[in-house]
Design a binder for this molecule. Structure first.
Ligand code: PEP
Length: 250
């Protein structure tokens, strides 16, 4: 069964005490959210503490990234198994900021996806075009290539544990949101692509989230689309009431 999901990507925001406070606020308000998987992805320093705070709630724990190496001499990196060991269930992979500032390629993201699946974590895999590509009407082509290369070597069984997030880069943190029609068009395109590679059952069951300036005022019209199964939320996930309001938009 396809799940509705709202996931908060905190990015590099919140100190430890500020983060603890925000997690507590989210947990306190989470019981009004029905039929939606609510995920928070705070910075790494909060992961272990977040795991304790959300323990008896419906809130699930995610991370914003992890290494493409399993373990060893990779200074400054965090491994998938470290994340798993403190209760992480989901890991955002291939976010456009990772691609832009840290030069992540589809090949590196593919390695990360494989490692996460092997460890038992569920990747939230991001794709999406930049503004110039949308303006040249290359967005389908771009997303097609990203999906093909990031999911290289995956089988249908693997896809059962994967979530896709379509995040047009021109809409991330810009206040500019894709129209519901633009979102639906691309989500349907992605679902068709998954269907062609892995069959109708997998395509029907996979959750495809929209990300890019999603907020309480536009979440309802975005989530109303048949192929939009929720959101990956940046800015608006840093305020508990906005995050919960978005999750109530189904
Ligand atoms: C994101 O970074 O994944 C995102 C969607 O950010 P924002 O909601 O701030 O546009």
């Amino acid at each position: 069964m396809r799940k509705n999901i709202v996931a908060g990507n905190w990015k590099m925001n919140k100190t430890f005490p500020e983060g603890v406070e925000l997690i507590q606020q989210i947990v306190n308000q989470a019981d009004v959210v029905k039929n939606v998987e609510l995920i928070i992805a705070p910075p790494f320093i909060l992961t272990a503490e977040a795991s304790k705070i959300i323990k008896d709630s419906a809130v699930k724990l995610g991370a914003q990234n992890c290494s493409n190496y399993k373990e060893g001499a990779y200074t400054g990196e965090i491994s998938a198994s470290m994340l798993k060991s403190v209760g992480t269930e989901y890991v955002i992979l291939g976010h456009s900021e990772r691609r832009k500032y840290f030069k992540e390629t589809n090949e590196i993201i593919n390695e990360k996806i494989k490692l996460n699946l092997e460890i038992g974590l569920k990747p939230i895999v991001c794709c999406g075009e930049v503004l110039a590509e949308r303006e040249k009407e290359e967005h389908f082509q771009v997303v097609n290539k990203q999906i093909k290369e990031m999911f290289e070597g995956m089988n249908a069984e693997n896809m059962k544990n994967i979530i896709i997030a379509y995040e047009p880069v021109w809409a991330i943190g810009t206040g500019k949101t894709a129209t519901p029609e633009q979102a639906q068009q691309m989500h349907l395109f992605i679902r068709e692509k998954i269907k062609n590679s892995y069959g109708s059952q997998i395509a029907n069951d996979i959750s495809i989230l929209y990300g890019g300036s999603c907020k309480p005022s536009n979440a309802k019209e975005l989530f109303a689309n048949p192929d939009v199964d929720g959101g990956l939320i940046g800015g608006a996930s840093l305020k508990a009431s906005d995050f919960i309001e978005i999750a109530k938009s189904f």
